[in-house]
Design a protein around this ligand. Structure first.
Ligand code: AOF
Ligand code: ZN
Length: 373
């Protein structure tokens, strides 16, 4: 509503309604569009919705093309609401601006500029040059939130990184003897799979492979896409029988060893190996993120132990925490959430901004952004 007041000179209430509709359509691509953004489009002629569309999969038609096909001749003189600036480039598909111009639309309302450097304002420019009225910025924050990973990859050259943690109310993620299955209930675990399903990749560490032998696949969610599984394994210790190598799906392993023989064995088992050492013999986590962005990873979900999660958080690479807290207490000898070096002043603490708190089954879920020190 506040947004509407600010922009009311430009956008009408019905503009808001149609753009909200377009955003709802865009959301249908939550589990499928990656590495492309989630985009929706609504075409309105004489106050009637004559076309709707959303982008389903990279390589397939963009949202505008689906909506234009549905609208047919009624696109002539119509207003188009699209959650991302229409593309001007020849990617896997031809430019949407050309299709919009050909269809003779009168007005295009855009939620957000396309941060892709191949578009980035050019779509708007080409539409304007063709005499089409273009307005950008309606519900921009909502569209950006839906494409937080795509925006991060385009603007920062790294994925949007989330850390998922399941713990007891006193913040314990496993007993001292390692037992951790299960601390949270089934509803929370199902919810966790939704975060996997929308991610391009799920990352874990060698410690978790050794103790839990996870599959890191999406289950319990209606989605036919599996995220890439990423493993940080500095000394390349992954057993060849590990589920990460034995179950179908892509597995990428980041290591700090140049041991060609081991690398060959693991690659023969189907994984892709990246050797990215830092100067202490561990994987260079910052370069790993740049590499993941280069490989078109938008949203990265970390489901790892306290050492790797702690290192990522402390280095400032983590944007968001998804924390499930079970109504149970495990006491001090049990393991904590994140391994940090000792802080001797509270000024060293990491500060978060709570985004959402809710009950899921019997557990509690907190979403928080890491804002720094
Ligand atoms: C749009 N509408 O629905 C989407 C857009 O390789 P391509 O041809 O699929 O192009 C992908 C790029 O197009 C993507 O990186 C982003 O800049 C834009 N996505 N654009 O006009 C859409 N999904
Ligand atoms: Zn397009």
């Amino acid at each position: 509503l506040e947004n509407w007041k600010e922009n009311q000179s430009v956008f009408s209430q019905s503009d808001y309604i149609h753009m909200s509709h377009a955003l709802r359509l865009a959301e249908k691509g939550l589990y499928t569009t990656t590495p492309n953004p989630r985009v929706g489009c609504v075409i309105v002629n004489n106050d009637q919705v004559v076309g709707t569309g959303w982008h389903a999969r990279a390589g397939e038609s963009h949202a505008e093309i689906h909506a234009l096909q549905m609208a047919g001749k009624l696109a002539q003189g119509a207003s188009v609401y699209v959650t991302l600036e229409p593309c001007s480039h020849h990617g896997r598909t031809p430019p949407c601006v050309e299709a919009l111009i050909r269809a003779g639309v009168a007005r295009v309302v855009v939620a957000m500029r396309d941060p892709n450097p191949r578009v980035n304002g050019q779509g708007r420019e080409l539409l304007r040059q063709a005499g089409i009225s273009v307005q950008v910025g309606l519900l921009a924050a909502e569209s950006e939130a839906l494409n937080i990973g795509f925006v991060s990859r385009m603007r920062r050259n790294r994925p949007w990184v989330r850390v998922k943690i399941a713990a007891s109310l006193d913040g314990r993620t496993a007993l001292k003897n390692g037992d951790s299955q299960w601390i949270t209930g089934e509803a929370a675990r199902r919810d966790g799979h939704k975060w996997r399903a929308r991610s391009c990749a799920v990352l874990t560490g060698i410690g978790s492979v050794k103790s839990d032998d996870p599959q890191l696949t999406v289950r319990h969610v209606d989605s036919d896409r599996q995220p890439v599984r990423v493993l940080v394994d500095s000394r390349l210790e992954i057993p060849l029988q590990a589920k990460l190598l034995q179950t179908a799906g892509a597995t990428w392993i980041f290591t700090a060893t140049a041991d060609e023989e081991k690398i060959q064995l693991v690659e023969n088992a189907g994984a892709r190996v990246f050797n990215l050492p830092d100067n202490t013999g561990k994987v260079d986590l910052g370069r790993m993120l740049t590499q993941l962005a280069r490989l078109e990873i938008n949203e990265l979900l970390i489901e790892a132990g306290p050492a790797l999660s702690g290192a990522m958080v402390l280095a400032g690479w983590v944007d968001e925490l998804i924390c499930y807290l079970a109504p149970s207490l495990l006491g001090n000898p049990a393991q904590g959430m994140l391994e940090f070096p000792e802080f001797t002043s509270l000024s060293e603490k990491l500060n978060l901004q709570l985004q959402d708190v809710r009950k899921i089954g019997q557990d509690m879920r907190l979403l928080a952004r890491i804002v720094g020190r």
